[in-house]
Write a protein that binds this ligand. Structure first.
Ligand SMILES: Nc1ncnc2c1ncn2[C@@H]1O[C@H](COP(=O)(O)OP(=O)(O)OP(=O)(O)O)[C@@H](O)[C@H]1O
Ligand SMILES: [Mg+2]
Length: 307
């Protein structure tokens, strides 16, 4: 991979021009900019599905860390985990062994979401509707059900109405974490949302598979959810030292100038370590580049106009 590295001491440049120095300067600026910042609440609840059928691109990391950053910004946020792997539930420190009432019961047995939602420990304003391994069967069980694509949409709509009549705070953001497939669980998530956030890993094959995802979204729009828009694209695992990452980022920006966040998420060991402590990177290491980047991305989400 050494051939992908840019020369770290560019000709004619001083130390200030090295990627490391730029990174430090950016983190410093972010820390000051984000300190104590309260995020503006949207006019209505924004339901955003985080999807990409490609595995390991940062869907779950993006869901939980953006959600935690929004909650830290003073907003009320719900993470809905519809991935049988339950990685988002794990990262949020939520119990999700097979007996825990979960999105499986919501989708297959019509249990109200309010009954499965758990508060995220030590994170005010953040809630999670967990996934259990049972969900892996839901993909098949849903096939024969009435309005099988609309189960999650109905559940979220009922939840919002129920919270309102119970006098509970209105949810500002609902973020749905998807499995790496385009099966019925992902379809449910895309029918339930108004917006899609696509995390893209800044690597060579990044754009491969994106066409398939966009075609599927277009089909869903025509048949099941005319309001759906790809509102956000976030570059993840971005290594500023490689030319390749910069090229991929430029490619993505050329194709999706409106949607691509100016914030990129750096490759960071802290981001990958946090889940094993049942934490988001925001509590695990709040001062790290990864935590600051996710807070900057969440801030960008709140100031970009909702579709
Ligand atoms: N910015 C990052 N820097 C370093 N490691 C990261 C970063 N983002 C995610 N990872 C790690 O990469 C792996 C994949 O990330 P993640 O689970 O968020 O992707 P995913 O798209 O949800 O995966 P899946 O398709 O399996 O659901 C995880 O081990 C995660 O900890
Ligand atoms: Mg995941």
């Amino acid at each position: 991979m050494a051939d992908q590295r840019e020369d770290s001491a560019p000709a004619g440049g001083g130390l200030d021009d090295t990627p490391l120095m730029r990174e430090l300067a950016r983190d410093h600026a972010r820390r000051r900019e984000l300190e104590g910042l309260e995020f503006a609440a949207p006019e209505a609840t924004r339901v955003i599905t985080v999807a990409n059928q490609k595995g390991g691109v940062g869907k779950t990391s993006t869901t939980v860390n953006v959600a935690a950053a929004l909650a830290m910004g003073g907003l009320d946020v719900l993470v809905v985990d519809v991935d049988p792997q339950g990685n988002a539930s794990t990262a949020l420190g939520i119990d999700h062994h097979a007996d825990v009432p979960s999105m499986y019961e919501v989708l297959v047995e019509s249990t109200p979401m309010q009954e499965v939602i758990q508060p995220v420990p030590e994170m005010e304003g953040l809630l999670c509707a967990p996934a259990t391994i049972n969900l892996s069967g839901a993909e098949i069980e849903l096939v024969s059900m009435v309005a099988r694509e609309n189960r999650l949409r109905g559940a979220i709509r009922d939840l919002l109405a129920e919270r309102e009549s119970a006098g509970l705070p209105r949810l500002d953001y609902v973020l749905v974490d998807c499995p790496p497939s385009l099966g019925l669980l992902t379809v449910n998530a895309l029918v339930a949302a108004r917006e899609v956030l696509i995390p893209i890993q800044a690597e060579y094959y990044a754009l491969e598979g994106l066409t398939l995802l966009l075609n599927n979204i277009e089909l869903l729009r025509q048949h099941l959810n005319p309001e759906l828009v790809v509102s956000s694209i976030l570059l993840t695992m971005y290594d500023a030292r490689t030319r390749l990452a910069a090229q991929v980022a430029q490619d993505v920006r050329d194709h999706f100038p409106e949607q691509t966040f100016s914030t990129t998420i750096p490759r960071s060991v802290r981001i990958s370590e946090a889940p094993s402590y049942g934490q988001t990177v925001l509590t695990y290491d709040p001062g790290s580049s990864g935590a600051l980047a996710y807070r900057a991305a969440a801030h960008e989400l709140t100031i970009r106009p909702a579709p």
